[in-house]
Design a protein around this ligand. Structure first.
Ligand code: HEM
Length: 415
């Protein structure tokens, strides 16, 4: 099945925003019959059904709802800080730590579970959650098959996630909902918000949504945290400036949901990490109504896309294109400063995708990233060690963005 790679910002705008009604859907990998958890989630829903679900879910991600969830995130941040206090000046492998943070936040904010994976290291949620993304050879082959031969994979009814995973999430959501209804328990998390949302949903439909919140937020959050910590270890001057900003807020004793938006430099650091190490490599779209792409150059031919054709809008190609981002390998948060951000060519930076199908969890993700980085920087200096890779090279055989030799740093308590 051919795929058209798009790396022209204007075309990306047309496909994702202006002419969205020609490209409303993501590429179908699995049918709902073969993989209800994933295929029944917002990410893979299509057309009108997707629109309805998106409209229903959107109120769960407003500023006021995020504000309610902040304490759940802070609680997990405190667990990480406590762990680091106990492991000062040791060389630490950051990825495992950040996976545990991302896991515990989504367990709490998504599923209503209070877990500390740093203490209870082999808890079932972490074990099953991690296995979702530890693709075995069999799963890699299935992914390749489904992407190369989608029709065959559908006919064969290939399941992406093992039965144990599906049943675990299904039972968890069903029992939590039942318990809350029975005991009239309320908690400001996503299950609660979905239970309150309009629409008469089955527990399976709700499971699909909470599952995608987990699936979409686990590896992405982990890799952005790991890569920002890695870059901060390599750039002491950036780290110092960030520390001054965080210290100022702390001194004024103003750490609240609203004050997070005042951490401008922290935002620049995160955005620059998202540019250079974008967890999403492309955003795919399926053409649902015939569409004519203009000629690529003067005198060239237009190209007609037919329903079923697939385009990949290439995010990371644009993020690293020197025509738009001079010296693209340089880690330079200043690119996103108030003075510079107007120089950014529209649609050359879209780590959360774009148009009506943009990441619904963007706000939640930014809050989760900011809260942890703020607390780490305030209390510790992130120190480059002899094991810290410099320059960073990526693991070539992994779905996630990871440094080839891992991210190893020391967290030294500030005086
Ligand atoms: C740094 C973290 C994250 C990044 C970089 C990221 C990136 C993305 C991207 C690129 C897309 C596709 C957008 C498009 O096709 O235009 C997406 C969709 C999505 N993301 Fe995220 N995401 C992150 C965190 C999260 C979190 C924490 C959640 C849930 C709480 C989440 C939930 C979703 C969902 C449900 C969709 C599908 C939206 C739809 O099709 O309507 N994401 N994300």
């Amino acid at each position: 099945m051919p795929v058209l790679l798009i790396r022209d910002p204007d075309l990306i705008k047309s496909i994702t925003v202006k002419d969205f009604d020609h490209f409303t859907d993501h590429r179908e990998f699995f049918t709902e019959e073969s993989d209800p958890l994933f295929a029944g989630s917002l990410f893979l829903m299509k057309g009108e059904r997707w629109r309805e679900m998106r409209t229903t879910l959107s109120p769960a991600f407003t500023g006021s709802k995020m504000k309610l969830m902040l304490p759940l995130i802070v609680e997990n941040t405190n667990n990480i800080i406590q762990y680091l206090r106990g492991h000062q000046s040791e060389i630490i492998e950051v990825e495992d730590l950040m996976r545990r943070y991302a896991n515990d936040v989504i367990a709490s904010a998504g599923f209503g579970l209070k877990i500390n994976s740093l203490e209870d290291r082999n808890n079932e949620f972490f074990e099953i959650g991690s296995s979702v993304f530890e693709f075995t050879l069999k799963q890699r082959i299935l992914i390749a098959l489904s992407s190369l031969f989608p029709v065959v994979s559908k006919k064969l009814g290939i399941h992406f996630f093992p039965k144990r995973t599906r049943n675990f999430f299904r039972n968890l959501v069903a029992s939590t909902m039942e318990y809350r209804k029975r005991e009239h328990v309320e908690r400001p998390d996503m299950i609660q918000l979905l239970m309150e949302a309009k629409g008469d949903w089955t527990s399976d439909e709700i499971t699909g949504q909470v599952f995608i919140f987990f699936a979409a937020g686990f590896n992405t959050i982990t890799s952005v945290l790991v890569m920002s910590i890695h870059e901060l270890a390599l750039h002491t001057e950036i780290q110092e400036r960030l520390y001054q900003e965080c210290r100022q807020l702390k001194e004024d004793n103003r750490f609240t949901f609203d004050s997070l938006s005042e951490l401008k430099y922290l935002e620049c650091v995160i955005l620059e990490t998202l540019r250079k190490w974008s967890p999403g490599i492309f955003m795919d779209r399926t053409c649902v109504k015939t569409y004519e792409l203009p000629p690529p150059r003067e005198g060239g031919q237009p190209y007609t896309l037919k329903p079923g054709d697939i385009v990949y809008n290439m995010l990371n190609c644009l993020h690293m294109d020197p025509n738009y981002w001079p010296d693209p390998h340089k880690f330079d948060p200043e690119r996103f400063s108030e003075e510079n951000k107007h120089n950014i060519t529209p649609y050359t930076f879209s780590p959360f995708g774009g148009g009506p199908r943009i990441c619904i969890g963007q706000r939640f993700a930014m809050m989760e990233l900011k809260v942890l980085l703020f607390h780490i920087i305030l209390i510790f200096t992130i120190v480059k060690t002899k094991k810290t890779m410099d320059p960073i090279k990526l693991k070539p055989d992994n779905f996630s963005i990871k440094a080839l030799k891992g991210t190893w740093v020391e967290f030294q308590k500030r005086k």
